[in-house]
Design a protein around this ligand. Structure first.
Ligand code: GLC
Length: 476
């Protein structure tokens, strides 16, 4: 039995801003189901963590954490959720904030978090065989482990570190002025974290980790090239021997159209009739014409550039000139929010834009739509293409990263499970949208069969969990 410790900036159902939260919220439980390993998770105790969980937390104790010249309080709480032990690190100065990230002192906040995560191990009596850190917020835990603990404290020396990149765009880049003063690193650590004249925490974790993974095999290859690496291809090529990609899964219980209470009617591939009720229910709710024969296209996403919205900005009018309905749910960059809001103003009985992040509403849309559009410029894994499939909504994707690894075009040899386009171009995307809509209109039965087929694709965590277990076994 191995001891595995996850360190991450977010996890559902406690606090989440996107796909990382889904993964940290469900992978540990999936690993537990496939092994007898002892898997625990450390998270910051943000003010966003709901009271209904907090009131059940067990207080383990508190201690002072040294961060360079600072001494900061750290409360330790424990909570067992779905059989997995979660620890929450409490410091209101750092984590009682309006948002999880994006604060001016994120570097200091997550340095405290990473330092504290290692410092509390004696208090929780858990020295892991494997420390598995996720994204730049947890990168310093890997750097600290290898540079500040392993050589000086025997209790830490056998811990192997895995670092998972969920999105290489976010790297934790800081001025060298804070190397010692905030991060508490020594001048001799400089070359470990230095990249392009700055501190780059992601780079430091790549150098220090025993293994580096990312969230799909294709993305693991893509980030070796400058087109996808956001500047880190040199480093990754140097360390490509420790890099691999494991595709994420989704929580099939949380996303289950047969049982979901948030949607207008339940359905499954065996009894798919409820999907039509979901569609008319959403049309009614949004004030769209209640038509069964019009293809409803959904977009559910953070509205940020790597999700491919520049293509939609070019092709939005062309799409809406056809007989379609388009529902957009998401929030993010103001330029995209404005574009989609204006688009729905121009086509009020065809297009609805909802500028919000609402998981219940997203399920209503996943269950109602016929087609799901995900034209990401790059996509480490992507979960929405898997979630929409679970709800029988046929994805259209740009062939990149995890999208390419999970969705194949219906024109391919074995029939495929969606519509795909290879070149990142508005024309190609439009072409796929037209192909999907034409199929929907010309062959209603055929499209229903396709919808049933995509519902049956197995995007569960099981396979990924087995791959992670294999990786852990290679290290320990
Ligand atoms: C990030 C990536 C997304 C991935 C998720 C979980 O949000 O952008 O592609 O699915 O992390 O790994």
């Amino acid at each position: 039995m191995k001891k595995i410790l996850y360190i991450a900036g977010e996890a559902l159902p406690f606090a989440s801003s996107g796909g990382l939260g889904d993964v940290i919220g469900s992978l540990p439980a999936a690993l537990k189901a496939e092994s007898d390993d002892d898997i625990r998770v450390i998270l910051p105790l943000y003010s966003a963590v709901p009271e209904k969980f907090r009131e059940k937390f067990e207080f383990i104790g508190s201690k002072d954490i040294s961060l360079s010249w600072r001494k900061q309080y750290c409360g330790i709480f424990r909570y067992v959720y779905q059989g997995v032990t979660f620890y929450f690190l409490d410091n209101e100065f750092y984590f009682k904030r309006a948002s999880l990230y994006g604060e001016f002192d994120d570097g200091e906040r997550f340095a405290f978090f990473c330092r504290a995560a290692l410092e509390i191990l004696p208090d929780i009596d858990f020295f892991p065989d494997i420390l598995h850190a996720h994204d730049w917020h947890a990168a310093l835990s890997v750097i600290y482990l290898k540079r500040c603990y392993a050589e000086y404290d025997a209790r830490y020396e056998n811990t192997k570190a895995i670092f998972t990149i969920h999105n290489i765009q976010y790297q934790g880049i800081y001025d060298f002025a804070i190397l010692g003063d905030v991060f508490g690193l020594m001048p001799s650590d400089r070359e470990i974290v230095e990249y392009n004249g700055c501190i780059n925490l992601l780079k430091g974790a790549i150098v220090c980790a025993d293994r580096v993974t990312t969230v799909s095999p294709t993305y693991a290859k893509e980030i070796l090239s400058p087109k996808f690496s956001h500047g880190l291809d040199n480093v990754l090529n140097m360390f490509s021997f420790k890099l691999s990609g494991i595709l994420n899964g989704i929580d099939r219980d949380y996303y289950n159209p047969a049982k979901d209470k948030e949607i207008f009617a339940n359905f499954s591939w065996k009894n798919p009739e409820g999907k039509a009720i979901c569609k008319s229910g959403l049309q009614k709710m949004l004030g769209l014409p209640e038509r069964e024969d019009v293809p409803m296209i959904a977009v559910i996403s953070r509205l940020v550039s790597h999700k491919g919205f520049d293509l939609l900005m070019l092709a939005g009018d062309d799409i809406l000139r056809e007989d379609v309905q388009l529902v957009v749910l998401g929030m993010g960059d103001k330029s995209y929010e404005e574009y989609f809001t204006k688009l729905s103003d121009r086509y009020p009985d065809k297009c609805k834009t909802l500028i919000t992040y609402n998981r219940d509403l997203s399920k209503r849309i996943y269950s109602a739509a016929d087609i799901f559009l995900m034209p990401s410029k790059s996509e480490p894994c992507g979960l929405a293409q898997m979630i929409c499939s679970r709800y029988g909504t046929v994805p259209i994707i740009h062939e990149t990263g995890g999208l390419y690894d999970s969705i194949k075009d219906i024109g391919c040899e074995n029939g495929g499970n969606g519509f795909t386009f290879a070149a990142y171009s508005a024309y190609e995307m439009l072409n796929s949208v037209r192909r999907a809509c034409a199929f929907f209109k010309s062959d209603r039965e055929g499209f229903k069969e396709l919808s049933k087929k995509v519902m049956r694709v197995d995007f569960s965590w099981k396979q990924s969990a087995l791959s992670y277990i294999e990786l852990y076994n290679q290290l320990y």
